[in-house]
Each structure stands twice: as C-alpha cells, then as structure tokens.
Design a protein around this ligand. Structure first.
Ligand SMILES: [Zn+2]
Ligand SMILES: [Zn+2]
Length: 256
C-alpha cells in the first residue's frame, strides 16, 4: 500500500463528498509515481479532466493509485493539445463506454479518433452540467501560434462557492475567471487550480494578477503545469497558507 498524501478535498456538494485526485502532473512527492508534462485530474472517481502527455505515465499512475478505469464515466478534454489528450486513446481502448466532452473547434482527427474508439463525443453547451454540480464553461476561442484554438474549463459547484479547474488555459486565466463571475453573479469563485499559463509573462504581470485574484476574494489557488516557476513563487507569497499543491497522487480538499 502506497502512502499517498491525501491532501485532496472533501468538498461538500449537495450532501456528497467531492474528491479530486491528481493522476498526472510534473511533480510527485511519492516514489514510484510517474511525472511529466500535462495534467490529469480525477474527480469523484467518475470524471476525468484531461489525460496528460501520453498513456505510459498516466496508466502507470492509475495502476499505482488503484484507480478503476471502468468507473470513469466522463472525460473532459480542456483543449486539443498533446499534453492534455495524450493518454486519452489508451483510456478509450480500455474503457470505450465513456462520454468524451470536447469543443466543436477540436481537430477533425480528434473527433474521428473518439468516434472510432466507440466512445460518445459530446460538445457541451456553455454552462452545461455534465453531472450535478459539474459545469462546463463551453468553448472559448483564442489564437495560439497563429491558429484558432478552443478551450473549455470545468466548474465544481459547492455550497461554499465555485471551484474552477483549468487546462492550459490559452484564452487567458483572467478572462476565464471573469466569464465565470459574470455568469454566476451570486456565487463566488472561491478556488482555482490547474494551468494558469503564465510561463511567458513578466513578474509584474503575474504579481498584478495575484493581487487581482486576492481582490476578487478568490481564497485558494493551485497554479501548476504551464503556470511557470515565477507564478508558483509569486502565488505562494500571495497565498502563503492557501496554496493548493498538485503533486501526482495527492487528493485536494477544495473547500475554503
Ligand atoms: Zn495547450
Ligand atoms: Zn498544457
């Protein structure tokens, strides 16, 4: 039995306990787990958000962490980049009875591969609940390396507020938060975790953003993946007791 650091969460959500487990990311604190580029988060055993850079590390961690692939019912892919879709195809081979939530703007190749695997391909509408309390933003468009790119983010709605989970996020983390805040005017965003995509931003920009999120009363943040080292240090300073770490194998408690 491995000694997992079960930091994750017990977010009260309509009487249920919501747990988010990190299946793949760039860092681990438990020997024997694989790390690399890209993220994969398992929420409540049934919902997977992104699939990391490839099958090998992800499947290894799934086995080590005792995750039952057949229990996964829904896979949300934030955007059609290799470090978020890499483990998907092997997962679909092992469990094709899943619904894959994609954006209409994902490549034809992606869409064909999901269908060929025998899985259901679903394009969520903006603010569609994929399951009670799990809401997708709908696709947001942006330009990445001269091409249009579409990305969606996940909201976990709890009695304490909203928890935002992001992939890279190429449309801009600030823009995504603002979109959620406009939609849910009476429910605060209390935490956000995932990639913040600040890897190419200056210290000043990141510091302003950290202050902006503090002013918005976002209580906990978990910058990882493409957030970059500078962002991790700056957010650590801004949220000294409320930083969410996302090491592979961890469970995170999302409640404030
Ligand atoms: Zn990306
Ligand atoms: Zn990424």
């Amino acid at each position: 039995m491995y000694m997992y650091i079960w930091i994750l969460k017990f977010a009260k959500q309509g009487g249920f306990i919501v747990k988010l487990k990190v299946l793949y990311n760039s860092d681990a604190r438990v020997p024997g787990l694989k790390t690399g580029w890209g993220v994969s988060f398992l929420i409540d055993e049934k919902l997977l958000f992104d699939t990391g850079e490839g099958p090998e590390g992800l499947l290894h961690n799934i086995r080590e962490l005792g995750v039952d692939i057949l229990k996964i019912e829904r896979i949300i892919i934030s955007h059609d980049h290799w470090d978020h879709t890499g483990g998907l195809w092997e997962l679909l081979r092992l469990n094709p009875k899943v619904a894959v939530y994609a954006c209409r703007g994902f490549s034809e190749e992606f869409q064909m591969k999901v269908k060929d695997a025998g899985a259901r391909l679903i394009f969520a509408q903006p603010w569609e609940a994929v399951a009670p309390g799990f809401i997708l933003t709908g696709e947001m468009e942006c330009v990445y390396k001269g091409k249009k790119l579409y990305e969606q983010s996940l909201i976990v709605e709890t009695s304490q507020g909203l928890h935002l989970i992001t992939g890279c996020p190429h449309p801009g983390i600030k823009r995504i938060v603002e979109k959620v805040q406009v939609q849910f005017q009476h429910q605060p965003v209390v935490s956000m975790l995932g990639g913040f995509h600040l890897i190419n931003e200056s210290k000043n920009v990141i510091e302003d953003l950290a202050h902006h999120f503090q002013a918005q009363k976002i209580q906990r943040v978990g910058p990882t993946h493409c957030s970059g080292k500078a962002a991790q240090q700056i957010f650590q300073k801004a949220y000294p007791t409320n930083l969410i770490t996302l090491y592979v194998g961890e469970e995170v408690q999302l409640t404030p």
